[in-house]
Design a protein around this ligand. Structure first.
Ligand code: SHN
Ligand code: NAI
Length: 254
């Protein structure tokens, strides 16, 4: 069988590096950021969002980093980086984000020697991972990368996705998650379940969420009830009809 053009053969050395995307669980994981400027602040912020336990090593900190330190949200060491810091040896992820390229290279070398995943703010190829531009809508994560070719383009594409994937995706996915769990409990056959999940994607739920007029709790329990009552393809399709009729009724009242 011929290899697909984007298949394993695409990983050969004569091509640009292909980065492997993953989503990491950083909850309570120790992470080290070396440097205390604007870039270190941005990396720290997204690490905090992911629940990481962040230590920043830098003689100077941005006012925001200072504030987080005062609030006890991050740990800091107000000093220049030196090799052999226990906080580096204990870190799950390391970020080299100083304004000094030589220091960043030293941080990367030490971290890699200890088998750590390290990110270099000033040299994509020097570290073991790079950070994409990220859009979150509850459980939906969209990550955009240009493999370091143009980080500002990654940010621009992320902004464009903001319009395409609005806030309504967060409650929509919560509900889809709950409905999926319901179906998993009441339907034992895997292929039957998959058919139902695909049919549920055809429901015109997103416009209902987008309108912002849904009495969410009532709607949620009604939908869960209907799915549990008739978890068949006919049942799922008739729920789809019910959702359409709701939408049409609302549109008619506008
Ligand atoms: C390789 C990588 C390593 C890493 O940091 O992981 C890297 C490297 C470098 N960035 C540089 C510059 C800028 N980076 C940004 C912004 C972001 N940079 C991010 C990631 C990455 N940046 C990784 C590759 C990501 C990819 O391409 O997929 C984002 C997506 C995520 C984040 O940082 O959290 C975040 C946007 C977040 C968002 O808005 O969503 C801006 C815009 C701004 O600051 O507003 C500028 C100025 C404009 C410009 O230069 O384009 C420079 C040059 C420094 C110089 O020349 O002085 C280097 C070093 C080099 O290129 O060698
Ligand atoms: N990856 C990215 O997204 C981006 C990367 N960059 C690169 O990242 C680097 C940092 O950028 P900014 O934060 O804007 O710089 P900045 O000048 O605002 O901050 C540099 C920080 O590094 C600290 N520092 C300097 N020497 C140190 C040492 N020996 N040990 C510990 N900390 C030390 C300073 O105290 C300061 O807090 C720049 O070199 C730039 O090339 C710039 C823009 C975006």
């Amino acid at each position: 069988m011929a290899a697909k053009s984007n298949g394993p053969a695409a990983g050969r050395k004569d091509r640009a590096k292909i980065w492997y995307p993953v989503l990491l669980d950083l909850e309570d994981k120790p992470c080290l950021v070396v440097g205390g400027g604007r870039v270190a602040e941005r990396k720290t912020c997204t690490l905090m969002e992911a629940g990481a336990s962040v230590t920043v090593v830098s003689p100077r900190l941005t006012p925001q980093l200072e504030a987080w330190a005062e609030q006890g949200l991050i740990r800091t060491r107000r000093e220049e980086y030196t090799a052999g810091l226990p906080v580096l040896a204990q870190a799950f992820l390391v970020f080299a984000a100083t304004g000094d390229a030589e220091v960043n290279a030293q941080v990367c070398a030490e971290a890699e020697a200890l088998g750590k995943l390290v990110n270099s703010a000033d040299d994509a190829e020097a570290g073991g991972f790079i950070v994409p531009a990220t859009l979150r809508r509850g459980r939906l994560t969209l990550a955009v990368s240009t493999a370091g070719a143009s980080p500002s383009l990654a940010a621009k594409v992320r902004r464009q996705l903001e319009d395409m994937f609005g806030e309504e995706y967060a409650p929509y996915l919560e509900l889809m998650h709950e409905l999926r769990m319901t179906v998993q409990t009441v339907v034992s056959d895997t292929s039957e379940r998959q058919e139902l999940f695909r049919a549920m994607l055809e429901w015109k739920l997103l416009p209902l969420f987008k309108s912002g007029r849904l009495p969410y709790d009532h709607f949620r329990s009604e939908l869960l009830r209907r799915v549990a009552e008739d978890p068949t393809i006919d049942g799922i399709c008739s729920i789809g009809d019910w959702l359409l009729s709701l939408q049409n009724a609302w549109n008619g009242h506008e």
